[in-house]
Design a binder for this molecule. Structure first.
Ligand SMILES: [Zn+2]
Length: 125
């Protein structure tokens, strides 16, 4: 007597189309949200969304760009790289060190004299 469907055969259920929070690699949008809330109360730093220029050309990393502004009107561009395979939880965990790097770059920019900022602007850097 036949016993119906062969054992071991299951219909593949794909769930890779659903947007998962927490599991799976974090999207750039999710990373943006993290940085956005991290610099929300920091008037010196602005998250640049939709800034798609890729200076490093490294395809395995999400790039997050932030602008740091000086009172003289000069803005410096800061970038943070996050590995594409990081989950949102992993990125959250790495935020303190990512922000730490950002603060170091921000301080470097802030410690420059405005005379130097002016030169940077003229030099197009
Ligand atoms: Zn300045």
């Amino acid at each position: 007597m036949r016993s119906g469907l062969p054992k071991g055969y299951t219909l593949g259920v794909k769930n890779d189309t659903q947007l998962s929070e927490g599991s799976g690699p974090a999207t750039l949008e999710q990373i943006h949200r993290l940085f956005e809330s991290a610099v929300a109360y920091d008037s010196a730093l602005t998250l640049l969304k939709g800034f798609k220029v890729d200076f490093s050309g490294n395809p395995d990393f999400h790039k997050v760009y932030l602008a740091v502004r000086c009172t003289c009107g000069t803005a410096g561009l800061l970038s943070v790289e996050v590995a594409m395979d990081k989950t949102l939880a992993e990125v959250e965990e790495a935020m303190p060190s990512l922000l730490g790097n950002l603060r170091v770059k921000q301080r470097m920019f802030s410690s420059m004299s405005c005379e130097m900022h002016g030169r940077m602007r003229q030099g197009g850097l």
